[in-house]
Design a protein around this ligand. Sequence first.
Ligand SMILES: C[S@@+](CC[C@H](N)C(=O)[O-])C[C@H]1O[C@@H](n2cnc3c(N)ncnc32)[C@H](O)[C@@H]1O
Length: 279
Amino acid sequence: MVLGEQHINELNETFRLVSDYDFSDYSEKSLLRRIEKILSDESMSFQELILKLKTDRVFLEHVVKEITVNTTELFRDPKIWHIIKYQILKKLQEKETLNIWHVGCSSGQEVYSMNILLHEAGLADRTKLYGTDINGDMLARAQEGRYPFRFNLEYLDNFKQVVQINPLNYEDFNDVPFSKYFEIDELNDTIKVREILKSNVEFKKHNLVNQDNLFKIKFDMILCRNVLIYFNVRLQNKLFHTFSDNLLRKGYLILGAHESILGPEVFGLIKHGNYYIKK
Ligand SMILES: C[S@@+](CC[C@H](N)C(=O)[O-])C[C@H]1O[C@@H](n2cnc3c(N)ncnc32)[C@H](O)[C@@H]1O
């Protein structure tokens, strides 16, 4: 069965009718792909899906988790982490306290990557990191900070590229062992985040579509990476206002490698290479 706009409308209406979830400003293309996958995995028709959404809350939560894509990794896109390390954190050295919000943090690797750079820069004890996501299962994983090891072997390489190697000067090798921040348990095939990376971190469930900043503070940095690609332009523009409103003056906004803001000035933001600064 080929799904189209009327199916998406019916799905969105159902979500609105029986829950607080609202996917009406998600990109139609990506929503269609996710729904087709759910129908195939569950071996059900579209009408059966709608009926089950109306009658089975556990199933509805499962569908929400299936709709949202949770792919993430430690130091994803090393280039942006070089910029954070060598440009942004250097500018924040003088601040007495720092607050950083990771919006759509999935299972937490982005938050822990930031915390490693904060530790290496001597900033961790004055920084609080906040990670939020719509998916409670991912947040539970983030809180636990335990990840499959063999599946994530490239983590070691990303760590080396960002924490140990200086791409501007290869002689400036920083011999920080992976074991300073992670415990590798080869027997159980897991890597576990050490407690020092957890003490200044808070994870909370949050729906970006219809909830404001839960923390009632303004941030020095907001990262919302690889989340906006799943939304339409209207929702993206609304969120650029939200991010700008919740940044301190001269605060930093960092998006994913394939995300950008058309006309950032409208939102009170100035583009600086790969990131934005609040005016
Ligand atoms: C592809 S992951 C990105 C994770 C991480 N930021 C990164 O770049 O590696 C996208 C995350 O956005 C979350 N997400 C999707 N819709 C959301 C919403 N309405 N509110 C909050 N988080 C949402 C998903 O649950 C998912 O964990």
